[in-house]
Design a binder for this molecule. Structure first.
Ligand SMILES: Cc1cc2nc3c(=O)[nH]c(=O)nc-3n(C[C@H](O)[C@H](O)[C@H](O)COP(=O)(O)OP(=O)(O)OC[C@H]3O[C@@H](n4cnc5c(N)ncnc54)[C@H](O)[C@@H]3O)c2cc1C
Length: 285
């Protein structure tokens, strides 16, 4: 199939992009970044935007930088930017590990980190990273700028706190302090497929004791989230097969899994427990 007709509006600056969005969003206008989710939806006639605001020509959106203890990722930073560490600490290494699970190489050359956050697919790896590590999303419109915490950002399947005239200008990820451990694991049927379950874990190692434990799940429920009950079980303990097994069981008990034609809720519940154990193993726990 082919996409329906639309008008294309290339923006050359962030101000121009938000002005175009203010004008065209009420007329079914949408932002286009990498197009790796939007264009297939248009081709399948699942989406019919009348206007596309193209942000690929906005130079400032292509930048990734470290500022004030955060990694700041602009709206057009591609997935492929993370193939090598973008910063020398544990966060840079974690993102490099995660990115290779996203789609296929050509898609990673076009698709963007912020586009994934705006799209909010429950199976998005970057959404899991943002939810688990506590990212802050910077939304910009002609009305000004506001910062949205990860805990407020995700509002269900492919639904976020972004208003229709707002552009996700950048995502701010807190750097992981030195001495942090972090691990990621996902299960999908074939390489490049969307995951059936995935887990991301991190903690600060204090002489063998786990501090500031974070355990996040993705692809299991309508949106990624941290599982506080499981995190509390590990706080102040050492990482052993027994303690991690308890946390994994707590995650399985806490989730309300999605079901589909291929995957029952019970299967996903078991799978996420395994994903949590493997994410800890991957982190060296
Ligand atoms: C075959 C295939 C396999 C894939 N597998 C995976 C996978 O395993 N994991 C995964 O996470 N993704 C996967 N994807 C999706 C891919 O990662 C996309 O790149 C990503 O979901 C969206 O980023 P994008 O830049 O392409 O956004 P686009 O397709 O351009 O836009 C997606 C949506 O977000 C909105 N949008 C984009 N950027 C902004 C912004 N800055 N502000 C406001 N709104 C914005 C658009 O209006 C649109 O509604 C796959 C895609 C394909 C085609």
């Amino acid at each position: 199939m082919k996409a329906g007709s639309f008008q294309w509006h290339p923006a050359r600056s962030a101000d121009e992009a938000v002005a175009l969005l203010a004008e065209y969003a009420p007329q079914d206008g949408r932002v286009i970044a990498g197009g790796q989710s939007l264009v297939p939806s248009m081709a399948l006639r699942l989406a019919f935007p009348s206007h596309l605001i193209d942000i690929n020509g906005v130079e400032e959106f292509a930048r990734v930088r470290v500022e004030g203890g955060e990694l700041v990722i602009g709206a057009c930073v591609r997935h492929a930017a993370f193939h090598a560490p973008v910063e020398p600490g544990p966060l840079g290494r974690l993102l490099t590990q995660v990115v290779h699970n996203i789609a296929h190489y050509p898609i990673r050359q076009r698709g963007t980190f912020c586009g994934s956050l705006a799209n909010a697919d429950p199976a998005s790896e970057w959404c899991l990273v943002a939810a688990t590590l506590g990212a802050r999303m910077v939304a910009r419109s002609v009305r000004g700028e506001r910062v949205i915490e990860a805990s407020e950002w995700f509002q269900g399947i492919m639904t976020t706190a972004l208003e229709e005239d707002e552009l996700l200008a950048e995502v701010r990820l807190p750097l992981l302090p030195a001495g942090s451990r972090a691990g990621f694991y996902e299960f999908s049927r074939r390489a490049g497929d969307y995951a059936l379950a995935m887990a991301l874990v991190s903690w600060r190692d204090e002489g063998g004791t786990m501090r500031e434990v974070r355990i996040g799940t993705g692809s299991v429920e309508v949106q990624p989230r941290r599982i506080a009950a499981a995190e509390a079980l590990l706080e102040g303990r050492t990482a052993t097969a027994e303690s991690i097994g308890e946390a994994a069981a707590a995650v399985s008990a806490a989730v309300d899994p999605l079901e589909d034609f291929h995957t029952s809720a019970g299967y996903r519940r078991d799978l996420i427990g395994t994903a949590v154990r493997r994410a800890f193993a991957q982190a060296g726990g």
